[in-house]
Design a protein around this ligand. Structure first.
Ligand code: SF4
Length: 136
């Protein structure tokens, strides 16, 4: 048996979890969690750790120089750097509406990179259609 410590990141309480594993790395017990979600998180973290990724992409013609973006769903933790490489290749043009898909099915992960805020054009031309130029 081994013990592993981790912080639950599901909510701001950040409970300190202590997980007991058997010789095959299967979870036997979790202590330190304040609610059931901590146990679910520990199990997921051991077998298939995933994260939401938040970042920014270059933005042209808007009130800001960068557009905040987020993955539409959790993605495998070991793919974060691959996804960041794709995000860093992208440049979009205002106007952008919150929820616009900036990259579809990034790295074949069945997750999209979506805008997490709306940005108007600096020239006041705020078309109803978004303009994701995606130029490099
Ligand atoms: S165990 Fe429950 S209360 Fe504690 S951080 Fe996780 S979700 Fe929040």
């Amino acid at each position: 048996m081994t013990k592993k410590e981790m912080a639950c990141i599901v909510c701001p309480m950040s409970c300190h979890l202590e997980v007991t594993l058997d010789d095959n790395n299967n979870m036997i017990e979790v202590i330190g969690n304040t609610c059931k979600r901590g146990e679910v998180y520990a199990k997921s973290e051991l077998k298939n750790p995933v994260r939401m990724l938040t970042s920014t992409v270059k933005l042209e013609g808007g009130l800001y120089k960068r557009l905040p973006v987020i993955t539409s769903v959790n993605i495998p933790k070991d793919k974060l750097f691959d996804v960041m490489k794709e995000i860093n290749k992208i440049e979009v043009c205002a106007p952008i509406k919150v929820g616009d898909i900036i990259i579809s099915d990034v790295c074949g992960l069945h997750a999209d990179i979506v805008a997490s805020r709306s940005v108007e054009c600096t020239d006041g031309d705020n078309r109803t259609e978004s303009n994701t130029c995606n130029s490099k």
